[in-house]
Ligand binder design. Structure first.
Ligand SMILES: NC(=O)c1ccc[n+]([C@@H]2O[C@H](COP(=O)([O-])OP(=O)(O)OC[C@H]3O[C@@H](n4cnc5c(N)ncnc54)[C@H](OP(=O)(O)O)[C@@H]3O)[C@@H](O)[C@H]2O)c1
Length: 329
């Protein structure tokens, strides 16, 4: 680190690369030094905007001695390769979710961060939010979980999101919607088995489809069932999502607006406590500056637990059977 600033290189130059570049530029503890992008046009434009070096090859960027951290903003199928490649050169890593497209690579990434003593954080903003902490506090008093259920309807509004609705690049919806799995695993613990179903309409050879439904069910080690349904398609016009966490002494509810707690005393709002960080990348920068490996390691391990669910669900969909989840390795 030079002059107390974390020197950053970003990989990718799409939507999230632009978002993260903006957040990094607003953080006085960071300096955006380089952008690596296979897309020369968007990559060099982004680099110019922040007065950073443009590099067409991320392999070369992660070897730079004037960088402390790498921010991975590419599509899902390349995250783990870039994370592992960056850790090899002793860089701290912030990656857009999901951690990896394969469980093996996810495990290698987390192990490499631990052995290299580097801060690896996945961009899951929900679990570090004030709202999530308030929900966690309520759950502590509600006894045993019966079911945590989540339903989402995703609109295409007339077009296919080409990268997202692609099984090969993004994985199934259960995987690219990992940010709906992580918070539930964070609240209710590890799952011991997974069952899943998937339907894709007009699936073509390149992995694209027009409509989908994915349903995933897990049994938690601590008891209770987790259940997610994602559905969506080109012709669907508006988004919808519903959470229900049913526990012995109350139910936590959200249907797109505020979070509420329903108990025998009635219905009350769940009020978030104060906001600590403007974005997850700011949290990561702080962890890098403080050399706070512990909290990022907990996050990376939970991000791995979350993809255990989504990737084993993919296997369960293909094989049409319940898959046990093992944590020993
Ligand atoms: N944290 C959040 O709230 C949030 C929100 C949306 C998405 N995401 C995640 O962020 C990631 C990026 O999403 P996005 O919306 O920014 O996508 P995007 O706009 O399509 O940008 C992706 C960028 O990565 C590049 N890229 C893709 N695959 C690559 C590879 N194998 N090697 C090198 N470069 C590659 C693309 O280059 P080309 O232009 O050449 O294709 C493009 O510059 C995804 O993993 C997504 O799940 C996070």
């Amino acid at each position: 680190m030079s002059k107390g600033k974390v020197r950053i290189g970003i990989v990718g130059s799409g939507g999230m690369a632009n978002n993260n570049a903006r957040n990094i530029a607003h953080n006085n503890a960071a300096e955006l030094v380089a952008i690596a992008s296979r897309n020369i046009e968007t990559g060099s434009n982004l680099a110019k905007q922040y007065n950073a070096h443009f590099m067409p090859n991320w392999h070369e960027m992660v070897q730079r001695k004037d960088l402390d951290g790498i921010v991975v903003c590419t599509a899902n199928d390349s995250h783990s390769e870039i994370i592992i490649g960056s850790l090899e050169y002793n860089k701290h890593v912030f990656t857009e979710y999901p951690l990896a497209r394969s469980l093996e690579e996810g495990k290698i990434a987390v192990k490499a961060a631990i052995s290299k003593k580097r801060v690896l954080r996945v961009s899951h903003n929900e679990p570090v939010s004030e709202k999530h902490q308030a929900i966690r506090q309520e759950i502590e008093h509600l006894g045993q979980l019966l079911v945590a259920s989540f339903i989402r309807l995703t609109p295409g509004r007339g077009a296919r999101p080409e990268i997202l609705f692609n099984l090969q690049i993004s994985g199934p919806p259960a995987h690219f919607f990992i940010y709906h799995i992580y918070p539930i695993v964070d609240l209710f613990g590890q799952a011991k088995w997974v069952e899943a179903n998937g339907i894709y309409n007009n699936l073509n050879d390149s992995g694209s489809y027009d409509q989908f439904v994915n349903s995933v069910t897990v049994g938690f080690e601590n008891g209770g069932i987790g259940h997610w349904i994602w559905s969506g398609g080109i012709e669907i016009q508006s988004a919808e999502q519903h959470h229900r966490y049913v526990l012995d002494k109350g139910t936590i509810i959200n249907s797109g607006a505020e979070w509420q707690l329903s108990t025998k005393s009635g219905l009350e709002s769940i009020t978030p406590t104060s906001v600590q960080y403007p974005s997850v990348v700011d949290l990561w920068l702080n962890e890098v500056l403080d050399n706070n490996l512990a909290s990022a390691q907990i996050d990376a391990t939970k991000a791995l637990d979350a993809i255990r669910v989504s990737l084993l669900a993919e296997e369960a969909m293909k094989e049409n059977r319940r898959i046990p989840i093992h944590y020993s390795d």
